[in-house]
Ligand binder design. Structure first.
Ligand code: GRF
Length: 218
């Protein structure tokens, strides 16, 4: 399966995907990375690993529709079958989502439906939650609310700051995203109503567990 990855910034989740493809853990390829930010560090990662990329700037288009159309065209030209949002800081319209029906996924740094939207880790710290985590989900028109593919939870400690919690969650993000992409590219993911069923998955939700490594199939 050919995937496209949309990014806006650092690209550490993109790096986790690049590593999983390069080591052969996921079959297929990253056919295209699109960034809406010309300064994104994610682009350096593309250059270093010879991953094709394009910068598409919102300001170069008179409407959101045309901006998204350009991204759709680029992704279709590369025969992308799955679109992965990895730190892409824009909300996509129904038109974009309909161009890739149930083939757009996102990684979010909370256990959705808790702490949707921006600064999820800060929200969790300020709320005083005792547990948070991350989620890979299908993207629907409602922000951070589509069917859940996989989640991992991490504890919040009393002394946690937004930064320390983000760091703890990020380690799990780098496991979850390649796992979800691998499952989808192997054709093992089915969606019924809003429930995602993964054939032969050990766990859909991964608890905090010292044996965590054993639970991933990647
Ligand atoms: C991650 O925390 C991801 O969950 C959120 O944006 C951040 C992107 O980080 N959607 P990176 O660019 O992948 O390093």
């Amino acid at each position: 399966m050919k995937i496209g990855v949309l990014v806006s910034g650092r690209g550490s989740n993109l790096q986790a995907l690049i590593d999983a493809y390069q080591s052969g853990k996921i079959k297929g390829s990253i056919a295209l990375v699109i960034s809406d930010n010309p300064q994104a560090y994610a682009l350096e990662r593309c250059k270093r690993h010879h991953v094709p990329y394009q910068v598409v700037l919102r300001k170069d288009f008179s409407s959101k529709r045309d901006f998204e159309r350009r991204m759709i065209d680029l992704l279709k030209e590369r025969e992308v079958e799955l679109v992965v949002l990895a730190g892409f800081m824009r909300v996509l319209s129904a038109e974009f989502l309909n161009a890739f029906p149930m083939k757009v996924i996102n990684i979010h740094p909370s256990l959705i439906p808790a702490f949707q939207g921006l600064q999820a880790q800060k929200q969790a710290v300020e709320y005083g939650a005792k547990i948070s985590g991350c989620t890979v989900h299908f993207v629907s028109e409602e922000l951070d609310n589509g069917p859940v593919i996989i989640q991992a939870c991490v504890p919040l400690l009393p002394e946690d700051t937004e930064e320390s919690l983000s760091e703890r969650i990020l380690k799990f993000e780098h496991k979850l995203l390649p796992q979800a992409v691998k499952w989808i590219s192997e054709g093992r993911v089915k969606v019924k109503d809003r429930k995602v069923i993964v054939e032969e998955a050990i766990y859909g939700t991964l608890p905090v567990n010292p044996q965590l490594e054993d639970m991933f199939q990647i």
